[in-house]
Each structure stands twice: as structure tokens, then as C-alpha cells.
Design a protein around this ligand. Sequence first.
Ligand code: DX5
Ligand code: ZN
Length: 231
Amino acid sequence: MLLAPSLLAADFGHLAAAVTTLRTPGAADWLHCDVMDGVFVPNISFGLPIVQAIHAAAGPLPLDVHLMIQDPGRYVEAFAEAGAASLTVHYGACPHLHRVVQQIKKAGCRAGVALNPHTPVALLADIVADLDVVLVMSVNPGFGGQQFIDHTYRKVAQARALIVSSGSSARLQVDGGVGEGNIARLAEAGADVFVAGSSVFGTPDPVATCHRLRAAAEDGAKMRPKAIPSL
Ligand code: DX5
Ligand code: ZN
């Protein structure tokens, strides 16, 4: 179970301090960086120079860069050079998704593909074996602090079934509205990487919150059914 706190919910005036906090042992496994272009999503967050600055502060923590941008292939090499360990692009932002996934791997990063809440899991059938990360969005991308969409549990189970049936080694990540109230059930459904923004930074002690979130995820994973249904 990996926890990927989203820096979108951090105080941007003290970003390095937020990263330092998350470097506390047992806090973050990956640092989730939400890049938004104001085109693919209706919001603009930050770009390359900020990712570079996060990388400079991150030490050994891998940067999990979530590209909510149109035609992300234009920027793959630049984000790899800025320090991304994984690059996740959106299914709906890439007319040539297979090419972009190969491009990400060639750039030396883990390759992830994100599905918006309306995008069926089955659309990944011909690409999942090439992926390192499948990201199921549990909110419509663009903003932190939104309400978790309930059909995500079913979708996570479907994504887990697809990963298993295709022999993929992809991790299964969930992003949006994740917190102490739903992380165990998401782990039980098959997720193994959890993005959490406001549920981490909205608490007085983000490190203690990370510990509780991970413990809840571990408990949930123990409840997984042995037989995983196929799609
Ligand atoms: C939403 C982003 C998320 C966001 C999650 O578009 O992709 O990573 O930061 O924030 P919370 O956890 O507050 O929903
Ligand atoms: Zn994200």
C-alpha cells in the first residue's frame, strides 16, 4: 500500500516545508504533483519550474506527476528531466495513447494512464499490459477538496480484475476525495496507491494522518476476496 499525498492541497507559499514534512519516515511513499493546463481541465495549477523545485526538496521521494493537460506528449521529456519518476496522462487527452506510453517509458519514467469518472475501465484492455500505473479518478479532475464519487468502488474492482486478467504488473491508484472514511474500502476493492490532498493537509498533523491512512489501507487490503471477479 502506497500513500501519495497531493501537494495541490499544500500551502504554495511554503512548498519546500510541506515536502520536508512529507519526508518524515512513514509519511509519503510518492509525492503527487498535479499539473493542470486550464484546457484539459478548467483550472491552472503549476508547471515545470515548480516540479523542479519539488524535486530539489524531495530527496529520495519519487515524484508522481499527474498531467491533466491536453496532448501531454509535448511535455514528456521536459517533465522527466524536471524529476518525474512517474508520469500519468489522461486517456481522454491522448489520441495516440500507445505512442505516449512508449514515449514516457523511453524517457525513463513509470507510465500511468488516468480514467475520468465517465470513462469505462474496459477501454484500457489493449494498453494495460504496457502500463505501470492505472489511475482511477474518483472526482472530475481539476480541483482538490471535491466529494468522492461512489461508483469508484465498483470501478476499482473492475480495474483490478483487468490488471490481473491481462497479467499486467500495473499498480492501481485512486485519486480524489480519498480519506479515512473510504480508504479501507478502496483497498479492499483492489487499489494499492492512494492520492490524498485535503484529507492530509487539512489536518493539524499531516504525518500522523498519513500513518492512519496507510494503516487503514493495510486493514482494507486484508479483507480482499481471494477470487477476483473477471470483467
Ligand atoms: C484533482 C487532483 C487530485 C487532487 C486531490 O484533479 O488530481 O490529485 O489534488 O485532492 P483531494 O484529495 O483533496 O480530493
Ligand atoms: Zn491528481
